[in-house]
Design a protein around this ligand. Structure first.
Ligand SMILES: CC(=O)N[C@H]1[C@@H](OP(=O)(O)OP(=O)(O)OC[C@H]2O[C@@H](n3ccc(=O)[nH]c3=O)[C@H](O)[C@@H]2O)O[C@H](CO)[C@@H](O)[C@@H]1O[C@H](C)C(=O)N[C@@H](C)C(=O)N[C@H](CCC(=O)O)C(=O)O
Ligand SMILES: Nc1ncnc2c1ncn2[C@@H]1O[C@H](COP(=O)(O)OP(=O)(O)OP(=O)(O)O)[C@@H](O)[C@H]1O
Ligand SMILES: N[C@H](CCC[C@H](N)C(=O)O)C(=O)O
Ligand SMILES: [Mg+2]
Length: 480
């Protein structure tokens, strides 16, 4: 493709116009992965600035043209923002004329579940979809491993190119605060933007909660051209209402009857929930295998979206009835009448939601096992301990993904949050900790194994080991 065609929609300055006439075969942006005959886009990233390698890059024969954020004493194409340029260049390279219905979900918790629900309802209705998120990326029936919750911009547009060829009419995706901050989806106009909630997480990356919120709100203020769907039980959700301009807004709340969707009635046990919602004045009654009050929020967000898309209520309720579960989200296993739940709760808010949902069904004890990820927000560690202590009869503190941190140090951070350590057991080896928890459990106990959900690995000092909470439970009881 010609460089000038790749640059359509990018503001640039180029002294040597002949660069624009070059033909390139791919896009590069990483010095460890330079493609033959490519245009290289340099930018200052979170931890690395490829401008520092410019002298090597200019002499690399695989690179035909360089796009930079500053001028050098050799010709480059100069742009103000390299990340944004990379997004538009990737879009022009991979996509021809693709205008599906884009549905983006953001918020601290509930993105994956809400995106799965929406995707399911839309597929049930007969549309072809693409879905991007934490667990995997899906294009029609094809699954791809997920790298980050929202793919990097190059990967994102590459996948959209595949979705275009597969004629997917919908793209349902999680849009993380990191992705918004890093312009990974720059170039897309979302038809729907959904806000779930905001609570303490990622404060290693974002300066504070307001900064975290500002990144999330970009989905509504910069990327939305359609309908915003907002949880108004959340304080930041209320703020968001004032920021959304020139777009329709639909709201949801548990019991605020001024919201466009709220709960009239619900009846929940550990297997299913029966719900009556008020949906823009009409009652909608359905049963779901999802449990937990937080999932009612996810359901409201999904149902509002489906309703606005014009999907009739009967079809929505039938779709929800056939929705089984999201892997690793309150995934239930029962052995010897012990109820074991695997859940991805890795923030205090998520843990609070899950444990407060399980607590009413406690016949005997609640045993909670969790750890915290290394190289991630340290402030959530003691807060998670506090929540675990509040709802549990026994807490097993272990490792999550230590990454490059010392597991003992992470555990020390967690232990600071407990008021009373008498019901806390520490076992840094997650496999051993799961065994201990299950050995300890007796019929009618509830065991919550939190933090890793669907993950089938453990990251320790740069090495990815196979590890799967669910597999550990099955092995324990089935003696493998
Ligand atoms: C901190 C962070 O978010 N980093 C992400 C970000 O990095 P960045 O673009 O700023 O890149 P950088 O590492 O500073 O590098 C800048 C440039 O130099 C290049 N480079 C870099 C290193 C090098 O040796 N050579 C080199 O050429 C890079 O390719 C890039 O072009 O952009 C990259 C591409 O989009 C991401 O892969 C990378 O995610 C890292 C791997 C990561 O772990 N991110 C996590 C925290 C994350 O994004 N999580 C969110 C939220 C999950 C949730 O919702 O809870 C997610 O969306 O998954
Ligand atoms: N609406 C919600 N409000 C609060 N907590 C929730 C909600 N939905 C799910 N959770 C809790 O958060 C965990 C993660 O849920 P989910 O994967 O749907 O969220 P996510 O936003 O995609 O998370 P991540 O950013 O880690 O991918 C669940 O396992 C559950 O414990
Ligand atoms: N998207 C989240 C996932 C955390 C999952 C948890 N198991 C951990 O490793 O901390 C993050 O990257 O912070
Ligand atoms: Mg997710």
């Amino acid at each position: 493709m010609k460089v000038k065609d790749l640059l359509k929609g990018v503001e640039y300055f180029c002294k040597d116009k002949s660069l624009l006439e070059y033909e390139v075969a791919d896009i590069s942006f990483d010095n460890r992965d330079i493609k033959e005959n490519s245009i290289f886009v340099a930018y200052k990233g979170v931890s690395y600035d490829t401008h520092n390698d410019i002298n090597k890059l200019i002499n690399d024969s695989r690179i035909k043209v360089l796009v930079t954020e500053k001028e050098f004493d050799f010709p480059t194409i100069v742009v103000k923002n390299g990340r944004r340029a990379l997004s538009i260049i990737s879009k022009n390279f991979f996509i021809k004329n693709y205008e599906p219905n884009y549905i983006g979900v953001t918020g601290t918790n509930g993105k994956t579940t809400t995106a799965y629900l929406i995707n399911h309802i839309v597929e049930f209705t007969g549309y072809k979809t693409a879905r991007f998120g934490t667990i995997n990326y899906k294009i029609d029936k094809e699954l791809y491993p997920s790298t980050t919750t929202t793919p990097s911009t190059y990967e994102f547009y590459k996948m959209l190119g595949v979705a275009e060829k597969a004629n997917c009419e919908f793209v349902v995706m999680e849009v993380s605060s990191h992705a918004l901050d890093q312009d990974r989806v720059y170039g897309i106009n979302f038809n729907y933007a959904i806000y779930t909630n905001l609570s303490g997480d990622h404060l290693d990356y974002h300066k504070d909660l307001d900064d975290y919120f500002n990144s999330k709100s970009k989905l509504f203020t910069e990327y939305l051209n359609g309908c915003g769907i907002v949880n108004i039980d959340d304080e930041y959700g209320k703020k968001l209402l004032y920021l959304i301009k020139d777009n329709e807004i639909l709201t949801y709340s548990f019991n605020n009857n001024k919201a466009n969707c709220f709960v009239e009635h619900f009846d929940m046990n550990l297997d299913k929930t029966d719900i009556v919602l008020n949906l823009l004045g009409e009652k909608i009654h359905f049963e779901t295998s999802l449990v937990g009050k937080h999932n009612i929020y996810n359901l409201m967000a999904a149902i509002l979206t489906a309703h606005h898309l014009g999907i009739d209520h009967d079809r929505i309720t039938r779709a929800i009835k056939t929705f089984s579960n999201v892997p690793g989200r309150l995934e239930k296993l029962i052995y010897n009448n012990i109820y074991i739940f695997i859940d991805y709760a890795h923030t205090d808010d998520a843990l609070e939601n899950v444990l407060s949902s399980l607590r009413p069904f406690r016949k005997r004890r609640i045993i909670t096992l969790f750890g915290c990820g290394g190289d991630r927000d340290k402030s959530k560690r003691p807060r998670m301990a506090k929540v675990a202590e509040k709802y549990s009869d026994l807490v097993m503190v272990t490792s999550d993904n230590p990454r490059n941190e010392d597991p003992e140090k992470i555990i020390d951070g967690i232990l600071k949050g407990f008021g009373d350590k008498s019901k806390v057991v520490v076992e840094p080896d997650r496999r051993e900790a799961i065994k201990l928890a299950l050995k300890e459990a007796e019929p009618e106990d509830i065991v919550l194994i939190a933090g890793k959900g669907h993950e089938d690995y453990q990251l320790i000092k740069g090495v990815k080991y196979h590890f799967d909470d669910k597999e550990e439970v099955i092995n324990f009881f089935e003696g493998k």
